[in-house]
Ligand binder design. Structure first.
Ligand code: ZN
Ligand code: ZN
Length: 350
């Protein structure tokens, strides 16, 4: 089969290797589609969590081609896979917080275990309903590859807990931010404001249910939020009830800090590409609850239901599709943030 190995920053290599073989409790999945994640970009450009030879790719769907003693999963099933492979033994795993497994990510698919930028991928610990999810007819292969990033969005949205009479500011309208907008709409958030410099991404945000999309290059974000919410306490900033940071740049973080009300919430769901210089007194004075949101835990079934419901479609997120042989081009397009949302790679583009 073909696979793509990462060797060093900005060097990927497509080559041939033997097909994986499913041991006991394992599956082999013929990959149908695999998305390029923001974290894959960090791996691609600076080697984040990647050792030379690693096959990246953890947002995938496909058809089971080999199943070895996995209850409820048969050859031919269309599936998506939660790529976390937690140890199930550490204190965090025992609490169910598998996204915080203290054994780390070394066994996760796409990080230690070979990923899905390949014709086939091994699922090292396959359990139906926990790591393997059979896709209903209403969720096609392309949509199946979006379940993983949408689970990230859903977890962040749940941390933000936005009520029907509340306003939320979503910073960054890439895949995770746009997914947050879609999920906030379905969870009944009152008012959704988005900030992103890309016109394409702002347009998608409005289509998915945002009430207002701000261009932070043109407009001061806190001022624009204030026009909607009124000024914050002491006439300063604005009064968004919650902020979800999916941008990961210092400018956006500071926009959030200015725009959130006293007693509000900030959910950090991004990987930060640069250091954020912070005066913690802003958090103290506003008595903010600042919480990180790391990946996902048990969000996959809800995401699959929502995709199957037709409340939003894969095409609202996927902007580009590339054949596996054009992986370099796929990564370059995904890196150019202004005209791409989600780029998916397929062993065979139909
Ligand atoms: Zn991902
Ligand atoms: Zn663990």
């Amino acid at each position: 089969m073909r696979r793509v190995q990462w060797w060093e920053p900005e060097r990927l290599e497509l080559n041939q290797t033997d097909d994986p073989v499913a041991g006991d409790g394992q599956l082999v999945v013929d990959v149908a589609a695999c998305g390029i994640c923001g974290s894959d970009l960090h791996s691609y450009t600076r080697g984040f969590a990647a050792s030379p030879g690693q096959v990246l790719g953890h947002e995938f769907s496909g058809r089971v081609s080999e199943a070895n003693g996995v209850d409820g999963v048969a050859v031919g099933d269309r599936v998506t896979v939660r790529p976390l492979t937690p140890c199930r033994e550490c204190p965090r795993c025992l609490e169910g917080e598998v996204q915080l497994c203290e054994a780390g990510h070394a066994q996760n698919i796409g990080y230690g275990s070979p990923g899905a930028f390949a014709d086939r991928v091994l699922v090292p610990r396959a359990t139906l309903g926990e790591t393997v999810f059979v896709l209903p007819d209403g969720v096609d292969d392309r949509a199946g590859a979006l379940v993983e990033p949408l689970a990230v969005s859903l977890r962040a949205v749940r941390h933000a807990a936005v009520g029907a009479d509340e306003t939320v500011l979503v910073l960054g309208a890439g895949m995770i931010g746009l997914g947050a907008v879609a999920m906030l709409r379905l969870e009944g958030a009152g008012r959704i404001i988005v900030s992103d410099p890309s016109p394409l991404r702002r347009e998608r945000a409005i289509e998915l249910g945002a009430d207002l999309a701000i261009d932070p290059a043109e407009q001061d974000v806190a001022t624009a939020v204030r026009e909607v919410t009124g000024p914050g306490a002491f006439g300063l900033g604005a009064r968004a009830d919650a902020v979800i940071d999916c941008a990961g740049v210092p400018e956006a973080f500071h926009d959030g800090l200015k725009s959130v009300r006293h007693g509000g919430r900030m959910v950090l769901a991004a990987m930060y590409s640069r250091k954020v210089e912070l005066r913690p007194d802003r958090i103290v004075e506003k008595e903010l609850r600042v919480v990180g949101s790391m990946g996902y835990r048990d969000e996959f079934p809800t995401v699959i239901e929502r995709l199957a419901s037709g409340a939003f479609t894969a095409d609202q997120f996927i902007t580009h599709e590339f054949d596996l042989a054009r992986i370099d081009e796929a990564f370059r397009v995904q890196l150019g943030k202004s005209d791409a949302v989600k780029v998916i790679v397929r062993p065979e583009v139909a």
